[in-house]
Design a protein around this ligand. Structure first.
Ligand code: AMP
Ligand code: GLY
Length: 421
């Protein structure tokens, strides 16, 4: 069978590598892919906004199943479109992708089904928002109701911070908008919690801890993710039961009551306080870099798992996990998440030791002849699996130091909350 993976990040390289181990697949296409996916699959340069061009390619090449990496095509309705053309899609339809596409859609479900989350107010104009602020306590959080990879979220410590956030959002910094959210600030520790669902049933898909801030000690600007480790040290059976009972099950019930089904990965971004979970947000896909961190821990055929989901047979399908820990450190272009240089060569990648427990997943890279060029903000993901987070971090940092790329930087403190040194 031939499949296509949509997307071009580290998440998609990790998906491609894990899927390439399946004996049931004859060919994998990555659309558009990166320099890493090019080495293990076939990159095809199609604009993912253009569903018709995509369909033409899939149809001509007899591709039967599409795995969607990023949220944007899902929120834009790629699953609905391809299924109307009889192509199976691993990823949810447009209406349920609003779980990520519209924070207000999710908050309304939380309200109706009593799902624990931050208290919130929707404001439809600057004046309404400014007025509401006068009775608020700080810190609080102001959010644009758009998909902005975490960048539309402002944690505000003062009324001045909040005024700037409200002005920027209504002035269109994240695109035209008619509403924003003002939320209570949740205290606690964050956790990324994943399930995989076939529309009728679901299974757990591990946990991870992401480091979103650019600087050591979790300081500085929000990024897409500077590193992660799995499993999260916060998870325990009691907490897992609460997450399922209070958050995941009522959400899936809400979707069923809408007459819809959820097929794909569902990622709950949670705040954990005193072993109680609160929903911060949903994403309708795997996390990045959580995907790169979690997938190497799978001990059976990922294609069989995904295929079972697309055929409503997940209950019969086993998901086996290695009893190991995994860590990912993201190597970025200097300047990220602000301005950075593009088209800088990264030398020595081939000199980095590769072994069964070490992985390099590409993100913002491109092949130029036989040179690997950095073309994005987050460029390479180094992953190591072992029995111990401290060992994994040491191993990864040694590997990164083999590279010859003075325009790169990384956080050397990933996992600091679980490593005592
Ligand atoms: P989101 O895009 O909603 O996941 O928000 C991005 C990041 O902002 C989260 O990962 C949290 O670190 C932070 N955040 C968002 N909402 C809240 C909240 N209500 N309380 C505390 N931190 C938050
Ligand atoms: N690592 C955060 C995200 O994928 O949204």
């Amino acid at each position: 069978m031939k499949i296509a993976i949509l997307g071009s990040g580290g998440r998609e390289h990790a998906l491609a590598l894990q899927l390439s181990k399946s004996k049931k697949l004859t060919k994998i296409y990555c659309i558009p892919g990166n320099a890493g996916t090019e080495q293990i699959s076939n990159n095809i340069d199609i604009n993912l906004e253009n569903f018709h061009d995509l369909y033409d390619f899939l149809n001509k090449n007899k591709i039967e199943l599409v795995v969607v990496g990023p949220e944007k095509p899902l929120v834009n309705g790629i699953a609905d479109f391809l299924e109307s053309k009889n192509i199976k899609v691993f990823g949810p339809k447009k209406i349920v992708s609003q779980l990520e596409g519209s924070k207000i859609f999710t908050k309304n479900i939380c309200e109706k089904y009593n799902i624990p989350t931050a208290k919130f107010k929707i404001c439809y104009s600057k004046d309404e928002a400014f007025k509401f602020l006068s009775d608020c306590e700080f810190p609080l959080v102001v959010k644009a109701d758009v998909i902005a990879s975490g960048k539309g979220v402002y944690v505000c410590n003062s009324i001045d911070d909040a005024n700037i956030a409200i002005t920027e959002i209504f002035d269109g910094k994240f695109g035209k908008t008619e509403q924003l959210l003002i939320e209570e600030f949740l205290e606690g520790d964050e956790m990324s919690f994943f399930i995989i669902s076939d529309g009728n049933d679901y299974k757990l898909f591990n946990t991870a801890q992401d480091h979103k801030r650019v600087g050591e000690g979790d300081k500085g600007k929000n990024t897409g993710g500077m590193g992660a480790y799995s499993p999260s040290s916060l998870i325990n059976k009691d907490l897992e039961n609460k997450i399922l009972k209070k958050i995941i099950n009522p959400t899936l019930q809400a979707i069923r009551e809408m007459g819809e089904k959820y097929v794909g990965f569902l990622y709950a971004g949670l705040m954990i306080n005193n072993n109680e979970p609160y929903l911060i947000e949903y994403n309708v896909r795997m996390g990045d870099p959580e995907c790169q961190t979690i997938l190497p821990l799978i001990d059976n055929d990922l294609f069989e798992i995904i295929s079972a989901c697309c055929n409503s047979k997940l209950l019969e399908q086993e998901i086996r996990w290695k009893d190991k820990k995994s860590m990912c450190i993201v190597l970025c272009s200097k300047g990220y998440p602000e301005k950075y240089k593009k088209n800088v060569e990264i030398k020595n990648i081939n000199k980095v030791n590769s072994s069964e427990n070490n992985y390099i997943f590409h993100a913002g890279t491109k092949l130029s002849g036989n040179k690997i060029m950095a073309v994005g903000g987050r460029v390479l993901n180094f992953v190591n699996i072992s029995n111990n987070f401290s060992l994994s971090r040491k191993e990864i940092i040694e590997q990164i130091q083999t590279l010859d790329w003075d325009q790169g930087f990384y956080r050397s403190d990933i996992g600091y909350k679980v490593i005592n040194e």
